[in-house]
Design a binder for this molecule. Structure first.
Ligand SMILES: [Zn+2]
Length: 365
């Protein structure tokens, strides 16, 4: 969120899959649909939009998940009581209208499980999550632009590659990549994050606006983990990667007295959102750790330079020498490197006259 997050070239394929999931789920919840309707012929248009999608879903339903076919899960949903189907249908429509949560006067986001029977919910959840776990991994029935295709549809690996390419700050393939949320290194094992967790909102498991490639540190507890990204169903105090982006709104503020960095906002209107994002990802704590580590590194560099000067009977470092060192280091900072904002903040902090003097004294120069 510190960096811009863009929709990627194959996002239309994911949008098309989201539409397919919604259409299929609503059809299963139609009171007129029962066990017997779910077959290859029964899925053809106008139930699903095209023969390609209908045939793909039929093949998909033959997959085995935890010892049962996905078809059996779909059948479980189709035979739910009509009253339960009606509630689930309303939930599907509310969740599909995610974007309206970031428009004026949104309705409350559904936070309670819509299905009372645990086994019925598990069937629906498993079926919807399988669109991500199985369908997306092996290939959706869409070309990158969302056109249905029976062969070589967009896969998980294609999405990861497209996301990486769209967010490279340095086009050189060997250059370090940066996490869009924290600005740190993307690392060797980035995760595709579901911004709104898929275990509670499985309908959003392949939603393009719910996915982003982030560093494993951001994604795992005690950082994002399974925490909600709303406050009891209200998104008012929350940024969203695509629907209410935080880049350009966040500000790193250093607290000189204790050499720490706070995640803050440029305007008071965004303050509560920056606080929530900080709580979600522990940005202040993580940025402060990097700030102090980088500070310690430069202390070490200067101490060793000072030792060499002494050994060579050269003049000792003055405050002006330290300032010059920091200015040179700052001028060489590159925006495409991990933690650029933290390092920039440190460079500014160190040039405060009082900090500069303190540093000179700490070094015993
Ligand atoms: Zn990160």
């Amino acid at each position: 969120m510190l960096k811009p997050i863009n929709r990627v070239a194959c996002s239309p394929a994911l949008f098309a899959c989201q539409q397919l999931m919604q259409r299929f789920a609503l059809w299963l919840c139609n009171p007129a649909i029962t066990y017997a309707h779910i077959n290859q012929q029964g899925l053809q248009p106008p139930v699903l939009a095209s023969n390609i999608e209908a045939n793909w879903v039929w093949d998909f339903l033959q997959s085995i998940e935890a010892g049962q076919t996905l078809l059996s899960r779909a059948q479980t949903v189709a035979v739910m009581p009509v009253a339960q189907k009606t509630v689930l249908m309303t939930w599907i429509q509310s969740v599909s209208a995610l974007a309206t949560q970031f428009q004026p006067a949104p309705t409350l986001w559904p936070i309670n499980c819509p299905v009372t029977s645990a086994s019925d919910w598990k069937a629906f959840k498993t079926l919807m999550e399988a669109f991500y776990e199985k369908g997306f991994r092996s290939g959706l029935p869409y070309q990158p632009d969302g056109t249905p295709t029976a062969v070589d549809g967009v896969k998980y690996a294609d999405y990861v590659e497209a996301f990486r390419n769209a967010h490279r700050l340095n086009p050189v393939l060997d250059a370090r990549e940066v996490c869009v949320l924290c600005g740190g290194p993307l690392g060797d094992t980035p995760h595709v994050d579901h911004w709104i967790i898929k275990s509670k909102f499985p309908l959003l498991s392949v939603c393009a606006e719910n996915l982003a490639l982030i560093c494993s540190t951001c994604n795992e507890a005690p950082n994002k983990g399974y925490k909600p990204v709303h406050s009891n169903g209200s998104f008012a105090d929350w940024f969203h990667p695509y629907l209410r982006p935080g880049n350009g709104a966040l500000h790193l503020e250093y607290v000189l007295a204790d050499l720490s960095v706070q995640c803050s906002s440029l305007t008071p209107a965004d303050q509560s959102k920056s606080v929530k994002l900080d709580e979600l990802l522990n940005l202040s704590t993580r940025w402060t750790r990097e700030f102090k580590a980088e500070y310690a590194k430069h202390q070490d560099v200067l101490r060793r330079r000072e030792q060499r000067r002494l050994q060579n009977a050269q003049a000792r470092h003055s405050v002006a020498d330290i300032q010059s060192y920091v200015q040179q280091w700052q001028a060489d900072l590159v925006h495409s490197e991990p933690h650029h904002e933290v390092h920039q903040t440190l460079a500014l902090a160190l040039q405060e006259p009082s900090r500069l003097a303190a540093w000179h004294s700490e070094l015993g120069l």
